[in-house]
Design a protein around this ligand. Structure first.
Ligand SMILES: *[C@@H]1O[C@H](CO)[C@@H](O)[C@H](O)[C@H]1NC(C)=O
Ligand SMILES: *[C@@H]1O[C@H](CO)[C@@H](O)[C@H](O)[C@H]1NC(C)=O
Ligand SMILES: *[C@@H]1O[C@H](CO)[C@@H](O)[C@H](O)[C@H]1NC(C)=O
Ligand SMILES: *[C@@H]1O[C@H](CO)[C@@H](O)[C@H](O)[C@H]1NC(C)=O
Ligand SMILES: *[C@@H]1O[C@H](CO)[C@@H](O)[C@H](O)[C@H]1NC(C)=O
Length: 358
């Protein structure tokens, strides 16, 4: 390409480039609520103006009307002045993504936003939004699985672009709230409560949780014996990765051994198109939470120390040392759980049904 042509193009673009406020004002009939909210946050506008390469997801007036018609939300916004700036910063993506970039790839993309206020998110690099395209349009998925559709894309301004969306994004809630509001995770919620782990897990700044659904817990409910709170804690810790937020898109067909809070490793990979952790399948990936992400799985993962399977010959116990080990841990799924193959597990986990009131 000719330099002269490029220069000409650059000059033309510079001449056309409008400031953020100019572009927003040009859409006043749709975005006046957002404009009003931004005017009340001069610090945020100043910060935004200094940034290069951002994407603003701009909720329409209707989107704000719907949100604020919820009296709970309205009173929260009223009582806590930190909510609006946090919410607005969640609507700013760090990076310029034109509609063509968002519709390009297969599968979801997890893009970082400017939401970094520790009271709202501790995810390193800014809380993420999940962007998906069905080839026709682009949707943004946020807390509680809320879907916001892009209704008008590529309103370009000097340091990025704006997409108008039809629903205000939801800042992901903390782990406890997410568990409590998920009926299919009530057994896990009960277990976390019994082990008194809710606060501990919420305090981890970067967290990935593999969350067995109720059916997974039911599958081990008929085995009888005792499980101490200590053992339950170990089992639950084996479902948590601290220090890394692993989205499904980070997992490939190459097996990764990841150290869990319990101390030993789980084996994650994509197999036959499914995201797997040990022998459990991820059945609902990427539930965003304040400090990371939750993936719902179809089996309870049992750390090797509890599963009663023989220790690998060369493998010293790694529970505290963190030395890499071969992840031969078992997962208990379906009816197989109670069978002889899992005898060791069964003995250890027998009490779970009692503890969980299944
Ligand atoms: C933008 O729209 C709002 C609400 O419809 C209206 O009150 C305001 O005057 C408009 N501002 C401009 C600059 O057109
Ligand atoms: C945007 O991301 C880059 C790294 O990709 C980082 O250096 C920068 O601090 C981020 N900006 C903000 C405002 O978070
Ligand atoms: C976070 O919350 C604490 C306690 O409510 C408050 O003291 C602090 O100022 C908040 N931090 C920010 C950045 O808003
Ligand atoms: C904004 O910029 C992108 C990338 O250069 C371009 O594809 C798009 O057409 C532009 N949008 C408008 C409305 O000019
Ligand atoms: C989680 O969020 C709820 C609702 O905002 C709050 O009441 C609760 O204290 C939080 N729990 C933790 C452990 O942070």
């Amino acid at each position: 390409m000719q330099v002269k042509h490029l220069l000409h193009l650059a000059a033309a673009q510079a001449a056309c480039a409008q400031s953020l406020t100019e572009v927003l004002s040009s859409q006043n009939s749709t975005l006046s609520t957002l404009i009003g909210l931004l005017q009340a946050q001069p610090d945020l506008v100043t910060a935004l103006s200094g940034l290069k390469g951002i994407t603003i997801l701009a909720p329409s007036n209707d989107a704000f009307t719907t949100l604020l018609s919820d009296p709970t939300v309205a009173s929260m916004v009223e009582s806590d002045p930190t909510i609006v700036p946090a919410l607005l910063s969640y609507h700013v993506i760090n990076g310029t993504f034109y509609a063509s970039d968002l519709t390009a790839g297969p599968g979801p993309v997890f893009v970082p936003t400017l939401l970094a206020d520790k009271n709202y998110s501790t995810v390193e690099g800014g809380q993420r939004v999940e962007v998906r395209s069905d080839g026709m349009g682009v949707s943004i998925f946020t807390g509680g699985g809320a879907e916001s559709k892009v209704t008008k894309a590529d309103l370009n301004f000097t340091s990025g672009t704006i997409h108008i969306i039809d629903k205000v994004l939801t800042i992901p809630a903390n782990l406890t709230s997410v568990l409590m509001s998920s009926p299919d995770l009530s057994s896990l919620t009960g277990a976390v409560t019994k082990a008194n782990l809710a606060q501990t897990l919420s305090d981890v700044p970067q967290l990935t949780i593999f969350a067995p659904n109720n059916a997974a817990f039911e599958a081990i409910s008929d085995v009888a014996a005792g499980l101490t709170v200590e053992q339950l804690t170990a089992v639950l810790g084996y479902h948590a990765i601290a220090g890394a937020v692993v989205y499904s898109t980070d997992i490939t067909t190459t097996t990764m051994n990841v150290k869990t809070v319990e101390g030993s490793e789980v084996m994650v990979r994509v197999e036959d198109g499914n995201v797997m952790v040990n022998d459990a399948k991820v059945i609902m990936p990427n539930i965003l939470i304040k400090n990371g992400v939750v993936h719902v799985i179809d089996g309870v993962l049992i750390p090797e120390d509890l599963s009663g399977s023989p220790t690998p010959s060369a493998g010293p116990s790694t529970t505290t040392s963190g030395t890499p080990m071969s992840p031969t841990s078992s997962v208990v799924t379906g009816a197989a759980a109670a069978k002889g193959q899992f005898a060791g597990v069964a003995v250890v986990l027998g009490g779970l049904s009692i503890i969980l009131n299944l």
